[in-house]
Design a binder for this molecule. Structure first.
Ligand code: HEC
Length: 138
């Protein structure tokens, strides 16, 4: 029994070490970092891919860009703020949590009036995909 536990621990350690060395690899690649990470995450996660499609098709891109502020804050700024504050974008989109990225009343009103109309008929699982996409933008 002891032997089995020992083997299990050793193989877990070997497994973790291998995982680490693989993670290091992409850092040496020369592709611009932001473009690469977003693309990789989108390909690796079907939710993120669906969310990105919805974000485009629902017209969110009229006011939001991944990298810079348009009318609304950049997605990378939103994802960073929600990570920092441990906020829940889903609750914001569902109208139960207040805005935390840009709390200017005029700005909040613009976003609110759009949310109410744009998200009609969008299911909770689709909303979760949109949230996964926003959170994937670093
Ligand atoms: C007409 C412009 C406009 C459109 C269209 C729009 N937004 Fe926004 N959005 C804003 C503005 C302005 C803010 C900043 C005010 C705020 O944070 O509530 C914002 C903020 C946000 C935030 C951050 C909320 C916070 O905590 O501050 C999220 C998340 C967001 N938008 C998601 C979306 C999604 C998803 C869509 C598409 C369904 C969308 N937006 C469409 C203008 C827009």
């Amino acid at each position: 029994m002891r032997k089995i536990v020992f083997i299990a621990i050793v193989s877990a350690f070997v497994f973790v070490s291998c995982g680490d060395s693989k993670k290091e690899a992409p850092k040496t690649a020369e592709t611009p970092k932001i473009e690469k990470t977003t693309k990789e995450v989108v390909q690796a996660n079907p939710d993120v891919a669906t969310g990105k499609k919805l974000f485009n098709s629902k017209g969110c891109t009229a006011c939001h860009n991944e990298e810079f502020k348009v009318v609304g804050p950049a997605l990378k700024v939103i994802s960073a703020k929600y990570a920092e504050e441990k906020g829940d974008i889903l609750k914001f989109l569902q109208g139960t949590d207040a805005a935390i990225v840009d709390t200017d009343p005029g700005q909040v009103a613009i976003m609110k009036s759009n949310l109410n109309t744009m998200l009609v008929g969008v299911s909770e699982s689709e909303l979760k995909s949109i949230v996964a996409y926003i959170n994937s933008v670093k």
